[in-house]
Design a protein around this ligand. Structure first.
Ligand code: CMP
Length: 423
């Protein structure tokens, strides 16, 4: 089944949502304002009835996915439908208004909103990348509908004054409803009978509940719309409090802030290994390959290497960042990793720091000699600028050496070539 925005079923769902919303708006208004005699209302009723009936037919044939399995057999689909949504859809499809004039039975058609709730929930689950924004939009949608219904209820209780037209009365009712719901309550429209007073109290209580929801959720939703930035600012805030508390020298603080700024510019402040760690292994390999594609293309050896080797290595490479002037390691240390340069420049320098053996750039690697020959580091490595490196652990390196002879041969060739000038 197509799952893009042009999927015909999704367009149909959207149409049904629009029709159900229209029904939820016009049926209560029609009842309280007595609009059922207007021809336009009858047309709207017919069109909506047509769509709701067609929706029932669509559902008899629409394939569904249950626990990952697609069901498309018409008999199974029909049986499932009869046991599930059929009653709701049937109630919504009967044009009570056309059959028996203005009757409260028409409100039964609002049952279709149960379908809308279901559709909106599905939509939110599918669009996880916009989930926050959708939650906000749906909140405004339901709030609008509730305010409209409450205004209609208020009109029904107050009756229609003779001196003003129907739409002005509706607008006043809506105005009263919004001011009461928003807990503003100017008091210019007040309840006069007992039942109106009870109604007003219910609306006020509802207003308090909505207010609580807004304070608790919507504020949070708004703050999280740019989740990456919120996450970054939160870690920066934590860090700066810690550094002030522990009196970290200003110069060091400056370097730490620069490092964070670099992380933000290049990766939105995320550490890719934490994000990857939460994925299952198959997805992790795919995502690793996508994230490291640009880097893999830079390493000459990987151009001729087998796909298996590339997948194997991509999964094991851990990203590390070094800031300008950092020593990645020093000559004489024990080697536990080798490194590939994704971006940046490093210098290979002698143990005393006086001789510069080489400068390595994007796509180069270093640190293989200590791992290959189980010896201390033969030189020191210093980052010239910000360096994005990928580290490969000793055990993985050894496993890959035994599994992929080409890789082993290439590493040995390079290592010998690098050792020779100094022997
Ligand atoms: P290792 O000995 O583990 O640590 C220092 C690294 O510097 C070494 O591995 C090589 O990867 C790298 N290296 C040493 N000499 C040279 C050189 N002449 N040219 C490029 N890289 C070098």
């Amino acid at each position: 089944m197509r799952d893009d925005i042009l999927n015909p079923y999704r367009i149909w769902d959207l149409l049904i949502t629009v029709c159900a919303t229209l029904a939820a708006v016009y049926i209560p208004v029609q009842l309280v304002l007595g609009l059922h005699e207007q021809a336009a209302m009858a047309y709207v009723d017919w069109v909506i009835t047509l769509f709701f009936v067609a929706d029932m037919l669509v559902h008899l044939r629409r394939p569904v996915t249950v626990k990952g399995q697609v069901i498309d057999s018409p008999t199974v689909l029909a049986r499932r439908y009869m046991k599930g949504w059929f009653v709701v859809d049937l109630l919504a499809a009967i044009p009570f208004g056309l059959l028996s004039g203005a009757t409260l039975l028409q409100l039964l058609r609002l049952a279709k909103l149960a379908r809308v709730v279901h559709l909106l929930r599905q939509w939110r689950q599918r669009e996880i990348q916009n989930a926050t924004l959708l939650r906000l939009i749906f909140f405004v949608y339901w709030l609008g509908l509730i305010a409209h219904w409450l205004a209609c209820g208020w009109l029904a209780l107050r009756g229609m004054p003779e001196d003003i037209d129907k739409w002005t009365s509706y607008l006043r009712a809506l105005y009263w409803c919004i001011t009461t719901l928003a807990t503003v309550g100017y008091g210019d429209i007040t309840p006069t009978t007992n039942i109106q007073m009870v109604y007003a109290m219910v609306v006020m209580l509802l207003g308090v509940a909505i207010y609580g929801y807004v304070i608790g959720n919507v504020a949070n939703l708004l703050a999280n719309i740019d989740l990456a930035k919120a996450h970054y600012l939160a870690s920066l805030e934590r860090l700066s409090t810690f550094m002030r508390y522990r009196n970290i020298p200003l110069r060091l603080q400056r370097r730490i802030y620069d490092y964070y700024a670099y992380l933000w510019e290049n990766r939105l402040g995320y550490d890719e290994s934490t994000v990857l760690a939460e994925l299952p292994i198959s997805l992790r390999t795919e995502v690793s390959l996508v994230l490291k594609r640009e880097f893999i293309e830079k390493v000459p050896f990987f151009k001729g290497a087998s796909q298996e080797l590339i997948r194997d290595i991509a999964l094991e490479l851990r990203p590390v960042v070094f800031t300008p002037g950092d020593y990645i390691f020093k000559a004489g240390e024990i080697g536990r990793h080798m490194y590939f340069i994704s971006r940046g420049t490093v210098e290979v320098i002698s143990a005393d720091g006086k001789a510069l053996f080489a400068t390595l750039r994007d796509g180069d690697f270093f640190g293989e000699i200590a791992l290959l020959f189980s010896q201390p580091r033969s030189a020191s490595i210093r980052a010239v600028d910000y360096c994005d490196l990928y580290a490969l652990g000793k055990e993985t390196f050894e496993r890959i050496l035994t599994h992929y002879p080409d890789f082993a041969m290439h590493m040995q060739e390079v290592a010998r070539g690098r050792q020779e000038p100094r022997q």
